[in-house]
Design a protein around this ligand. Structure first.
Ligand SMILES: CC(C)(COP(=O)(O)OP(=O)(O)OC[C@H]1O[C@@H](n2cnc3c(N)ncnc32)[C@H](O)[C@@H]1OP(=O)(O)O)[C@@H](O)C(=O)NCCC(=O)NCCS
Length: 156
C-alpha cells in the first residue's frame, strides 16, 4: 500500500468507505471542501490502484485535531488504519505539532485501541455527542516532538 495526499480523484472511493464505516456520513462535498482548506491534511491508502482507507486532520500551529480515519471493511485488521494514522502524525510532527486530540464513540473499541497504540489517552467525555445519543470520549496525546514518539512512528 502506498500512502498519498488526498486528491479529487480519490473522493468517490473515500465516500463509499465513509458510507460503509459510519452511521451518519459527512455531507457530500465535505472532502472536496477539505481539499481547499489550508489547515486540512488528508492521507489516502492506495493498494493496487484502489483506495483502501484514509485519515484526516486539521493542523493548526502546534495542535492536530484528527477529524476522521476509516478503512474499507474488506481490509480491516491488516494495519492499514495504523499506518494511515502514523503517516498523518508523522507529517504533523515534521511541521511542528506538539499534541493531538480527537473524539471517538465510547463503544468503538477498535478505534480506541488503535489510538492507544499512539499514546492517546482519555482526557474528557462529550455527553450525547453523536446522533444516537452516544457519548464521545476525548482522547489526547502530547509530547509528540519527543524522541520516543518519533521512534514509534518510524517503526511503522
Ligand atoms: C478503526 C479502524 C480505522 C482501524 O483500522 P484497521 O486497519 O482495521 O486497524 P489496524 O489493522 O491498523 O489495527 C491497529 C490496532 O487497532 C486495534 N484494532 C483494530 N481492529 C480491532 C478490532 N476489531 N478489535 C479490537 N482492536 C482492534 C488493535 O489494537 C490493532 O493493533 P494490533 O493489530 O496490534 O492488535 C477501522 O476499524 C475502521 O475503519 N472502523 C470504522 C471507522 C471508525 O470507527 N473510525 C474511527 C473513528 S474515531
Amino acid at each position: 500500500m502506498e500512502i498519498v495526499p488526498m486528491a479529487a480523484e480519490h473522493i468517490p472511493a473515500m465516500e463509499a468507505i465513509e458510507d460503509a464505516s459510519f452511521p451518519t456520513s459527512w455531507s457530500r462535498g465535505s472532502f472536496s471542501r477539505e481539499l481547499g482548506s489550508a489547515v486540512a491534511r488528508y492521507w489516502v491508502g492506495v493498494a493496487d490502484g484502489v483506495v483502501v482507507g484514509f485519515a484526516g486532520a486539521w493542523v493548526v500551529l502546534d495542535e492536530v485535531h484528527v477529524t476522521t480515519v476509516a478503512v474499507d471493511p474488506k481490509v480491516r485488521g491488516q494495519r492499514v488504519g495504523r499506518r494511515l494514522m502514523a503517516r498523518l502524525l508523522e507529517e504533523a510532527v515534521e511541521t511542528g505539532a506538539r499534541w493531538a486530540v480527537l473524539e471517538v464513540r465510547e463503544s468503538n473499541d477498535a478505534a480506541i485501541k488503535m489510538y492507544q497504540y499512539f499514546g492517546f489517552r482519555q482526557v474528557g467525555v462529550r455527553k450525547k455527542y453523536y446522533e444516537n445519543g452516544e457519548n464521545a470520549l476525548v482522547l489526547w496525546v502530547g509530547n509528540m516532538q519527543q524522541a520516543a514518539f518519533r521512534e514509534l512512528l518510524s517503526v511503522l
